[in-house]
Design a protein around this ligand. Structure first.
Ligand code: C2E
Ligand code: CA
Ligand code: CA
Length: 728
């Protein structure tokens, strides 16, 4: 039951953890996917834009070269120009047509014409003659001129970039020749026209504008972190670069949403943390309630000590420990003596407070390595672990009994309580727990049997006794089932007349082997074995049946206190009376005082019920225990029977007579008649008669005799005579 709850709780905890973990994993995986996608989108967008910018810049370079080539083609492949440069007036014509325009023409700022030996005829820059020879001013100038001469009219006009003393230039050259009819001419003899244009920041800005390349710059070397397109010279070397920063639109868009993403990420992390925390808290709460329910399952709520289940679990663990460490485990079963009386006299609240106080003393007396349990009611257990062989001196049992010896103060009441202890020993934990408990139980039983306040260690011989008890019990059961309990009758004598006025029925059991078992043995046995109801009714029925033959005599029948617990007891007595056709007023039920103290309400109800149907009730064995004269009246007893011990005391104790006299006088004052039992001598008979007893019983008058003997002796022809004094 309890371990099921634990298993259930464990399963729930695992489930909670699993769900939380799965949730967190799934959420983390999704977040990872989203982050990955965003990163891919970002870099893809960046790459696409970089690619576009590269194409735009390459296109710009291409356009610059193409424009220059077209200008050169228009000016060099021209019949008029060919004629003019081959005329004497060539210098003027060149200056007028090309050189002077270099001052403010947007397509070139330098115009040079060289002759067939590559010597400059005219060289103008920004409208004025150059003061440095072009071949010095421009790198690779002659290579460009060669390329121009090699190019046929259908070929591309060579336009390249070049380093110059001023910076980076766009430069191209074309041989000046007649348009269409140059085949027959020797290109080696052509003049060559060179246009150049310095790539100024303004040029760069214009390119940047028209081609939408933000941040375009002319650099001599590529710079890390900037995209670049190389500007090549005529000998295919990279002499400069257009560079610009990557726009990285993906990154920019990312930066725009970055804040949101971060916020979302934070929310997600908080959310996952919350799930983690909630899962953790749930599991912790489950653990806590599991621990609490486990504690509840294993502990006694009143004292906080272990309960029976807790004891079993701890004994198992302690046994393992004793086995491993070579110790002996001692299990003590402790039963409080006289607790029931405290409970009955002061109520359950005081009883509970006493149990708690006892548990404190028990814990105080407990050595280290030991634990205690409350098994219910007034039963406790303690387990100690001790060295092998060595007898603990003083033993824990003795110490506990000493600890309980001093008075308890409960709500101002001084209460005395003792205990009986049964001990079972398991050396090296060799005795299995169930067996250990059985042995401690038997030892405790023995301790209580031998009188209270002692500690008894279990001995193997106890088992033989227990075996005999069990055998006896089954024999008694068999006897009862065949109605084999017989009844004898002891006469009751009128104290004044000496006449027999009634009989007390006394149960007898002779086993099949002929051995008689005394009622002091088989009555308690029947009570323990739950057979007392059956036995009691058999005695009653047998007695009533026998007594119908003695109409003048009353009949006393003994009843066990346990029979009064049967709620149908009065009904059953009534039925027995009816079945035997027996007058109720002739029957007296004898009850001992025990029931008045242990269960007064039940006793009152039963006694009232019996009186209602006309049966008399006597208080038996008065003076042997605690019953007071007051209880005689309170419960409405019809008669009191003074215990044999009071009568026997007359012989040895001088005060006994006075005590007896006072007791009987008090009863008589309440108009309750008194029987004295156990009269063995004439002196005793005289003394109890003088004390005021109206009825006498004892061996002096007669031992218990068979029903036939009663009929013959007291109900025969001379019935009603004095009781035989030869009965003993
Ligand atoms: P009790 O009710 O006090 O019965 C009287 C006991 O005293 C009887 O013992 C009887 O034989 C004994 N007795 C009578 N006169 C004398 C005497 O002069 N000297 C001595 N020494 N003893 C005398 P018994 O029959 O052994 O019964 C013992 C107890 O067993 C009874 O004590 C009664 O409490 C119980 N008992 C007997 N029969 C029944 C029964 O049918 N039902 C129940 N519940 N208890 C029974
Ligand atoms: Ca009796
Ligand atoms: Ca008695």
């Amino acid at each position: 039951m309890h371990s099921n709850a634990v298993r259930e709780s464990r399963r729930t905890q695992l489930l909670v953890l699993l769900v939380a973990a799965v949730f967190i994993l799934v959420a983390a995986a999704l977040a990872g996917l989203v982050a990955g996608s965003i990163a891919t989108l970002t870099t893809t967008a960046d790459d696409i834009d970089d690619q576009r910018a590269l194409q735009a810049t390459s296109g710009a370079v291409h356009a610059l070269r193409k424009q220059m080539a077209a200008t050169l083609r228009d000016n060099a492949y021209w019949d008029d120009a060919y004629a003019e440069v081959n005329a004497e007036t060539r210098i003027d014509w060149i200056i007028e047509n090309w050189a002077s325009t270099s001052a403010d023409y947007p397509l070139y700022d330098t115009a040079i014409v060289v002759d067939s030996r590559n010597l400059p005829v005219v060289a103008y820059r920004k409208g004025v003659p150059m003061n440095v020879p072009p071949s010095v001013f421009f790198d690779d100038f002659h290579i460009l001129l060669d390329a121009a001469r090699r190019a046929r009219m259908s070929d591309e006009v060579p336009v390249y970039f070049a380093r110059s003393s001023a910076g980076t230039e766009l430069i191209g050259a074309a041989a000046i020749q007649p348009f269409g009819s140059a085949e027959s001419l020797d290109p080696g003899r052509f003049y060559v026209l060179v246009f150049a244009k310095l790539i100024t920041p303004a040029v760069v800005a214009e390119v940047s504008d028209s081609f939408a390349i933000a941040g375009l710059r002319l650099d001599l070397k590529p710079t890390t972190g900037r995209l670049a397109v190389a500007l090549k010279c005529v000998s295919s070397k990279d002499i400069a670069f257009f560079t610009w920063p990557s726009v990285a639109p993906g990154t920019k868009s990312y930066e725009k949403v970055d804040g949101h993403l971060r916020a979302a990420g934070t929310v997600l992390i908080l959310f996952l943390c919350a799930i983690g925390v909630a899962g953790g808290l749930t599991v912790r709460n489950l653990r806590k309630s599991e621990r609490a329910s486990r504690h509840r399952a294993l502990h006694d709520p009143l004292t906080g000590l272990l309960n029976r289940a807790g004891l079993l679990e701890n004994v198992a663990t302690a046994s393992d420990w004793a086995r491993l460490n070579g110790k002996q485990l001692r299990l003590h079963f402790i039963d409080l003596d006289g607790f029931k009386a405290v409970n009955d006299a002061w109520g359950h609240a005081v009883g509970d407070a006493l149990i708690v106080a006892v548990s404190h003393r028990l814990l105080d007396a407990l050595p280290d390595d030991a634990f205690a349990a409350r098994l219910g009611g007034d039963e406790f257990a303690a387990v100690t672990l001790e060295e092998l062989g060595a007898e603990a001196i003083p033993s824990f049992g003795r110490r506990l009994q000493e600890a309980l010896a001093s008075l308890f103060d409960i709500d101002g009441r001084s209460i005395e309580i003792g205990c009986s202890i049964g001990v079972a020993v398991s050396e090296r934990g060799a005795v299995e727990t169930g067996e250990l408990i059985r042995r401690a139980d038997i030892a405790l039983y023995r301790a209580k049997d031998l009188g209270r306040g002692i500690t008894i260690d279990f001995d193997d011989s106890f088992d033989d006794d227990a075996l005999k008890q069990a055998e006896l019990e089954s024999q008694l059961r068999a006897t009862l089932l065949k109605g084999g309990i017989s009844v004898v009758f002891q006469p009751l004598i009128n104290a004044r007349s000496g006449a027999v006025t009634g009989v007390e029925a006394l149960a007898r059991w002779r086993k099949e082997d002929g051995i008689a078992i005394p009622p002091d043995v088989f009555i308690p046995l029947a009570e323990r074995a739950g057979m007392i109801d059956l036995l009691g009714m058999q005695v009653l029925t047998t007695s009533l049946n026998a007594a119908t033959a003695w109409p003048a005599l009353g009949v006393g029948v003994n009843i066990s206190p346990l029979q009064l617990k049967n709620p149908r007891f009065v009904e059953e007595v009534e039925a027995a009376l009816k079945a035997a056709d027996f007058e109720a007023r002739r029957l007296t039920i004898e009850v001992t005082e025990g029931v008045l103290i242990s269960n007064p309400e039940q006793a009152r109800r039963a006694i009232e019920g019996l009186k209602k149907i006309g049966v008399k009730v006597a208080l038996d064995d008065f003076g042997s225990g605690f019953a007071s004269i007051g209880s005689l009246r309170r419960f409405g007893f019809d008669r009191m029977k003074v215990d044999r011990s009071l009568v026997a005391a007359l012989d040895v104790d001088q005060n006994a007579g006075a005590v007896l006299q006072a007791t009987v006088a008090l009863a008589n004052a309440l108009e309750i008649p008194v029987t004295a039992e156990g009269i063995e001598t004439e002196q005793q008979a005289t003394a109890v008669r003088l004390s005021g007893c109206d009825e006498l019983q004892g061996y002096l008058f007669s031992r218990p005799v068979s029903a036939d003997a009663v009929t013959a002796l007291y109900c025969g022809a001379e019935a009603g005579g004095r009781a035989s004094q030869t009965g003993r």
